[in-house]
Write a protein that binds this ligand. Structure first.
Ligand SMILES: Cc1ncc(COP(=O)(O)O)c(C=O)c1O
Length: 391
């Protein structure tokens, strides 16, 4: 019987051994065997990637992390999923699994700041060249592909400026030249878009965000197809990547309600956007809501829903008044991260490093919001009083 993601979210983590609705939290390092032969048999099973229920040593994971790996792989329609202790760990694992000295990597210019650092600064010391393409103009991507390009790293939409790209075009360029493609899909989650089915080799999610949904845990997932599986497995094992069973349990618990939360985030965010549209001091809203714009059309083409993260673009000669606006918000916490139950706000103009500088202009301010699960009328009332502070 074919079942939907919504039903899968509710059933996938049932534990067949303990017959409980939730998996046990199994904390481990040493795993004990009755005989040397039994241990050797397990080592062979793990090597051959048989569908193991447990590993021969805790670094590989425990029953709880295996339950989460299988859960995410099923939702991602992936060959396999690797877990890391943070979302950024999954980004690093994806890149380090593929890029070797002499290679080149092409990265979206609107990539998450630390991903920009790992590619442009860290890889450089390994003689791996990074270049950035303009997510709003994919001709810049096509023109930068060389014989040495090993990987295209996409983040969709872009961090802070939320450009939506025509993903099939990127995949077409990559397939022609047999280039590995990875996407950071933290914004959309595999509930709203299935990158592996679309043709990406790797799909990354910071489980810290919507997967967990409760702002109390950090975790990353890297889901892969068969083509890159062995390379990622090799790197993951050698570099010692692992997620803690307690954290895996919390993420499994969060995933049960991912569909319900995301739909609610979307519904509330639409109300907030509708309010902001009417505010003169908000110059532009970086969210896919305006039909006919490239961002909206690219979002519509690939996503079945939109989440709660967006930026607004404020023009003001008085930066202090923009800070006052942020500081006056009572229901929006000032802090990093998003994808939790609570609303957040950040001043992001200082954090935008770009080769293509469309958004970096004098007196232009980018303020990022995450819309949580509070009552939208309270959030709107809060925004209304705070916006008055912008001069
Ligand atoms: C787009 C994106 N990718 C990856 C990460 C890294 O995730 P984590 O904070 O779990 O390390 C973040 C964190 O903010 C992010 O925004």
């Amino acid at each position: 019987m074919k079942i939907s993601d919504i039903t899968k979210f509710k059933h996938l983590a049932q534990d067949k051994i303990s017959r409980t609705a939730n998996p046990a939290i199994v904390r481990n390092s040493t795993i004990l065997f009755k005989t040397i032969q039994e241990l050797q048999k397990k080592e062979q099973e793990v090597k051959k990637n048989s569908n193991v229920d447990f590993y021969e040593y805790g670094r590989g994971g425990s029953q709880t992390t295996i339950a989460l790996q299988r859960f995410i792989a099923e939702i991602e329609l992936a060959y396999s999923t690797f877990l890391t202790s943070t979302g950024f760990g999954a980004v690093a694992l994806a890149i380090m699994s593929i890029c070797r000295p002499g290679d080149e990597i092409l990265v979206t210019d609107a990539v998450y700041g630390p991903t920009r650092m790992i590619t442009s600064k860290f890889l450089k010391s390994f003689k791996i060249k990074t270049d950035f393409y303009n997510p709003s103009d994919l001709k810049t991507l096509e023109s930068k592909l060389t014989k040495k390009t090993k990987m295209i790293f996409v983040e969709n939409p872009g961090s802070n400026t939320f450009e939506f790209q025509d993903l099939s075009k990127i995949l077409k360029f990559a397939k022609k030249k047999n280039i590995v493609t990875a996407i950071d899909n933290t914004w959309g989650t595999p509930f709203f878009i299935k990158p592996i089915k679309l043709g990406f080799d790797m799909s990354i999610s910071s489980g810290t965000k919507y997967f967990s949904g409760h702002s109390d845990v950090m975790l990353g997932s890297l889901s892969v197809n068969k083509k890159v599986y062995e390379r990622v497995k090799f790197c993951s094992k050698l570099l010692g990547y692992r997620a803690s069973p307690d954290d895996a349990y919390l993420v499994l618990r969060g995933l049960r309600t991912l569909d319900i939360r995301l739909k609610k985030h979307e519904e509330i965010t639409k109300k907030i956007i509708n309010f902001l549209k009417g505010e003169k001091k908000i110059k532009e809203i970086l969210y896919p809501y305006k039909k006919g714009t490239p961002n909206y059309e690219n979002w519509k083409k690939y996503y079945s829903g939109a989440t709660g993260l967006f930026s607004v673009f404020i023009y003001s000669k008085n930066q202090n008044s923009v800070f006052k606006f942020i500081n006056s918000l009572k229901l929006f916490g000032i802090g990093q991260s998003w994808g939790g139950f609570e609303s957040l706000v950040l001043y992001q103009s200082n954090n935008i490093d770009r080769k293509y500088k469309k958004y970096i202009k004098k007196n232009h301010h980018i303020v990022r919001f995450h819309i949580g699960l509070e009552d939208p009328s309270d959030l709107i009332a809060d925004l209304k009083q705070a916006i008055k502070k912008i001069k």
